[in-house]
Design a protein around this ligand. Sequence first.
Ligand code: PEP
Length: 251
Amino acid sequence: MRTPFFAGNWKMFKTVAEATAFANAFVEDVRGVDGVDLVLAPPFTAIHALAGATQGSRVAVASQDVYWEKEGAFTGEVSAGMLVEAGARYAIVGHSERRRLFGDSDAWVNRKARAAMSAGLVPIVCIGETLEEREAGQTFDVLDRQITAGLDGFAGSEVAGLVLAYEPVWAIGTGRNATPEQAGEAHAHIRQRLRQWFGAEAAEGCRVLYGGSVKADNIAALRGQPDVDGALVGGASLDPKSFAAIVRNGR
Ligand code: PEP
């Protein structure tokens, strides 16, 4: 049985003070909610404070990105070791906004995921097709490319321990979520590829999240699909009550 997993991606929202206030409310809201992994991904600046504010709770902290070098002349970048020291336990890599706006390629996603795992962070690797790719019937090809390139060199036992997030780009921040059937079909495909390429341990252990306009009123239907292990939530994770309702309805 895979433990359900819910992560909030705050993107470029929330100051240190706002992140701390969120944590204080959210930890209370999910008190007594057992058997789930809960993760919040604030901007880099709030990681340390949020790790402190959630210490001793079931809520862990993720970065929204990571750079693969350990240190050096890489202005603006943050290494995996630095994130661990700041209190992060997970690192999102390959989010579609990173791919689209900042040029993250599949090869970069691979290096970032590897660096994260080597430093002891659990990578949350995002994959997903654009609307154009879906309409051209290329969804599975895109997912296959992103999985093979993004996880190149990973052993089955490593894939078992990481998290994949299927996020159709056309559903992110648009209010237009994939139907449960669309999500279920993509997740079943991903699971089958994990089994084929990385073995049974990887297929059975790896949590595959759905992301894209998840809300408290659509999460239960999405989670009704057997291969949807939880959600990566953007907009609806910015309010503690709204994110806690997603966790309660979706666990
Ligand atoms: C995301 O940022 O990963 C995301 C899924 O955003 P939203 O929930 O707002 O669509």
